[in-house]
Write a protein that binds this ligand. Structure first.
Ligand code: FMN
Length: 404
């Protein structure tokens, strides 16, 4: 259960809602993270995070059309409640690629967690271990993958791979992850080059070797922009790697492969043809192709294309228990959460992350009770319908008011 925030912190939250600039508090500590709702969490995180880091976390690509679309897509669905069902016991447990987990939610990979709190990925891993949930950790983690694996005592974590210019380095990262105890490789396929991210650029956060990463000096972040050479723009050499890189990775490691960043049926089929065991429908949280569809809007097409040949997951805009329910009703096997985990880390390190997942899973259990379902396997398409008319549910802001 989420403990009540201290009165003084409530006052802080009110004062912080939009009035206090991001980063003005910048406190890293282990106090009670002190949030009771998502809105409070975001407000506290904004205050405790340096302005340029906050712009990096919150921003998306270009004018943030896709970032906004991710949230808007959830508002186009309503939940269809069923009443007078026996919902005296709700069971959120499921298995993700054969790994038992306490709920169909996992942490999507986000880079540089040490920039928001010194607990960094090790704190996230500890929190998830306590919650019995699965985490995915970035190639660009602040903690090393070995430290993360050592801190993980729940479902074995997934390692997110950014292809390196030299394939041998990618393969060695995958092998390191396997040796350390990770249970899958998540190949992020939607970053042949980093997108132009206006808000981040304005904030002054640079994704380059100036930000320390835990996996070693030879590991590179994705390249920053195409370079004009003569008449053509050139990208770094990893941008030349195509689908057979999945086959090469499968030769390098026995771990199952998941491809992250798929938004079309065509690519989903190709991923499966090259041996992917999981597809993560994602637009990178609106941070890559601005104008790409909302992840939720791409989900049904991918689910239909893949059938039973791989598990399909979704991330992008998932914030609340009701979002998880909608994505599962549309065919996702499990859903990933990105930014809220960073908010939670910023608010209270490991204990902030624990508290966020307590909030999320309690909300999911509540939503299940209200739609009359006791088990994850009982969630189906009949639980949702299109929101009526132009005045969509949640137009006032779904993170604040869900009705009486
Ligand atoms: C600050 C930040 C850093 C991210 N870093 C990575 C990364 O290193 N690798 C990756 O595959 N995705 C990365 N992502 C994308 C997330 O894995 C995920 O797709 C996205 O955050 C989901 O959307 P949400 O933030 O709305 O939940 C990052 C996202 C954010 C916000």
């Amino acid at each position: 259960m989420v403990p009540p925030a201290h009165a003084s912190e409530c006052d802080e939250v009110k004062a912080g809602s939009g009035l206090v600039p991001p980063g003005s508090e910048n406190v890293w500590d282990h106090r009670d993270p002190g949030f009771r709702t998502l809105a409070e969490l975001e407000a506290i995180a904004a205050r405790r995070t340096m302005g340029h880091v906050w712009a990096y976390i919150e921003g998306g690509a270009g004018e943030e059309r896709t970032l906004a679309a991710n949230r808007a897509a959830f508002r186009r669905w309503v939940l269809r409640p069923r009443v007078l069902e026996d919902v005296s016991e709700i069971d959120l447990r499921t298995a993700i690629l054969g790994n038992r987990t306490r709920a169909p939610v996992f942490v999507s990979p986000t880079a540089y967690q040490g920039e928001v709190h010194p607990d960094a990925e090790v704190g996230t891993a500890r929190a998830l271990s306590a919650a019995g949930l699965l985490g995915t950790y970035s190639t660009l983690s602040s903690s090393s993958l070995e430290q993360i694996a050592a801190a993980s005592h729940g479902p074995a974590p997934w390692f997110q791979l950014y292809l390196q210019p030299d394939f041998a380095v990618s393969a060695s990262l995958a092998r390191r992850a396997e040796k350390a105890g990770f249970s899958a490789i998540v190949l992020t396929a939607d970053v042949p080059v980093l997108a132009v991210r206006d808000r981040q650029a304005e904030g002054g956060f640079a994704i380059d070797s100036s930000v320390p990463i835990g996996n070693g000096r030879d590991i590179l972040p994705p390249s920053r922009e195409p370079e004009l050479q003569g008449e053509v723009y050139r990208l770094r050499s990893e941008a030349s790697q195509t689908w057979d890189v999945l086959d090469r990775l499968r030769e390098s490691t026995g771990l199952p492969l998941i491809v992250k960043g798929i938004l079309t049926a065509e690519d989903a089929r190709r991923a499966v043809a090259h041996g992917a065991r999981g597809i993560l429908v994602s637009n990178h949280g609106g941070r890559q192709l601005d104008g790409a569809p909302a992840s939720l809007d791409a989900l049904a097409e991918v689910v239909a294309a893949v059938g039973n040949s791989a598990e399909v997951y979704l991330d992008g805009g998932v914030r609340r228990g009701s979002d998880v329910l909608i994505a599962l009703a549309l065919g996702a096997h499990a859903v990933g959460v990105g930014r809220p985990v960073l908010w939670a880390l910023a608010a209270g390190g490991e204990s902030g992350v624990r508290q966020y997942f307590a909030l999320l899973t309690t909300e999911l259990a509540t939503a299940m009770a209200l739609v009359g379902r006791r088990r994850i396997a009982e969630i189906d398409r009949t639980l949702i319908g299109p929101a009526p008319g132009p005045a969509r549910l949640g137009e006032r802001g779904p993170d604040r008011a869900d009705g009486p």
